[in-house]
Structures are given as structure tokens and as C-alpha cells.
Design a protein around this ligand. Structure first.
Ligand code: FPP
Length: 258
């Protein structure tokens, strides 16, 4: 199999392999609705503020040396929300791309979209395509936006691809299946953050978070910023990562599994 160019190492002047900064951070950006409700504003206004929080978070993570940031922007289950909110979120994709694409591209951000694109409108599909192609060459940080994504969807679509590729049951193992997953270009997340006070995974990256450190905060997503990121990273540094094994004496095992 030819190597996927997107799996080539990221070039960063500031990060080394022993860094205690999580290499891959995954975030469930929860709390936009409550943030808006607290201000007597429509829920979509909270999502709009959420885009600003996302752009800030990308910059802070890149500054701290994070190589991959993956965020849950629209789940397979979010179609159940009121039509007004769903169309507001779809419209926000277009606004976000036109408002922030040039800035993110200039900051060395590579944008990738993960999820089922078949169900989204042509306009949204085109906006995502524009964001991906304009930033494909960037390597400072890979921002993966999970959109119409679900962890269970990902496992099923990977199995379908494996079957289509003609793999026999004996050939299929964890590594082979991983190659068909939507995020096969990235290492598994080291740190999983969920804002908004709920403590659940909500069908995000189910396969990939097997050994991620989990961090939950009451902070509502639009209020999330550098202070909260640093608190999450400080908690991460205190974790004892063993990946089912035994940690070498006196050593931080943060990035040892790769
Ligand atoms: C969960 O908060 C958040 C979402 C379902 C959407 C997250 C989207 C963004 C932050 C905007 C990013 C968008 C783009 C286009 C990149 P919630 O609505 O469930 O909040 P609540 O729990 O307070 O109701």
C-alpha cells in the first residue's frame, strides 16, 4: 500500500517527541445552546460564538505544539434538532468558511472534514471542499472537523470498505480495520475534552478514544479559551498513561504508545 502523504510527519519548530503536550486533542464543543439561553438569545447565536471559540482554540493548540485537533461540529444524531437549528448550523459552515478560511490557511492550519458528506447540501459540501483544498499543503496543525459524523457510522463504513476491498475474516484485524476508518491519517487522540458539564462520549471517535485521557469541564464552549486549554493540559500531564502495560519508572508515558 502506498503511503498516504497526509500521514507524513508534521513539521514543527517547537515540538519534540518527548513533549508532554498531547499530540492529538479531540473536543466535544458542548454548551452553545445554554450559553445563548443564559443571555436570552437564540441557540444558533451560541453556535456562532462557538465558531469564534473554535478559531481561538486552534490557534492556542497550535501554539502549544498540538499536532492534531479534532472537533465534533455536527453529529449524525444532530439532524433530530429543530429544523431552524439544523439549517442555522449548516448556514454557519458557509459563514465560518468565508470568514475564517484565509486566516486559518495563513496560520498553517490544514483542515480536514470527517463524516458522511452524502447527506449535506451541495453548498456545504463545496464549502468543505474549498476549506480542504485551500489548506491541504499546511502542516502546522491538522484541524479535523467531524461533521455529520458518528463513531458507530465510522465503524460500519470502515467494515463496508474492508468487505468491498475483499478482505477475508482472517485478514481483518484491528490494524487493517483502522486503515479504513475516517481518521486513518491521524494517531489516536491522547486527550479527549468535553465542555458543558456532561460526562459522556456521545458517539464521538468511539474506536479511537480507547486509550485517550478524558477531561470534562463545566465551561460552556463559547467561553472556552487558553486558560481552560492549559488546565486540561496540566491535568493530562498528571495522568499515568499505561496503555494496558506498565509505565517505565519515573517516565511520563504520554506519547510512548506511538
Ligand atoms: C453542542 O452544543 C454543540 C453543537 C451541536 C454544535 C457545535 C458547533 C460549533 C461549536 C460550531 C462549529 C461549526 C462549524 C461550522 C465549524 P449544544 O447545542 O448541545 O449546547 P447545549 O448542550 O447547551 O444545548
Amino acid at each position: 500500500m502506498r503511503p498516504d502523504p497526509s500521514r507524513l510527519p508534521i513539521f514543527s519548530a517547537t515540538v519534540d517527541s518527548d513533549s508532554q503536550v498531547p499530540r492529538h486533542v479531540a473536543i466535544v464543543m458542548d454548551g452553545n445552546g445554554r450559553w445563548a439561553k443564559n443571555r436570552y438569545l437564540p441557540r444558533v447565536f451560541g453556535h456562532k460564538q462557538g465558531v469564534d471559540a473554535l478559531v481561538r482554540t486552534v490557534a492556542t493548540c497550535a501554539d502549544r505544539g498540538v499536532e492534531y485537533l479534532t472537533v465534533f461540529a455536527f453529529s449524525s444524531e444532530n439532524w433530530k434538532r429543530p429544523e431552524e437549528e439544523v439549517s442555522g448550523l449548516m448556514g454557519l459552515v458557509l459563514v465560518a468558511v468565508s470568514k475564517y478560511l484565509a486566516k486559518l490557511a495563513g496560520e498553517g492550519v490544514c483542515i480536514r472534514i470527517v463524516g458522511d458528506r452524502t447527506a449535506v447540501s451541495d453548498k456545504v459540501r463545496q464549502a468543505w471542499h474549498q476549506a480542504e483544498s485551500a489548506t491541504a499543503h499546511n502542516r502546522r496543525i491538522i484541524l479535523s472537523v467531524a461533521f455529520n459524523y458518528g463513531g458507530r457510522w465510522d465503524v460500519v463504513q470502515a467494515c463496508r470498505q474492508a468487505i468491498t476491498a475483499g478482505l477475508s475474516p482472517e485478514e481483518l484485524d484491528e490494524q487493517r480495520l483502522s486503515q479504513f476508518m475516517a481518521m486513518s491519517y491521524a494517531p489516536d487522540p491522547d486527550l479527549f475534552i468535553r465542555t458543558g458539564g456532561e460526562m459522556r462520549i456521545s458517539n464521538f471517535l468511539l474506536w479511537q478514544v480507547a486509550y485517550a485521557e478524558l477531561f470534562f469541564t463545566d465551561c460552556l464552549w463559547p467561553d472556552f479559551g487558553a486558560e481552560e486549554i492549559d488546565a486540561a493540559f496540566a491535568a493530562y500531564r498528571r495522568r499515568d498513561r499505561r496503555f494496558g502495560g506498565v509505565k517505565p519508572e519515573g517516565q511520563f508515558a504520554g506519547n510512548l504508545a506511538r
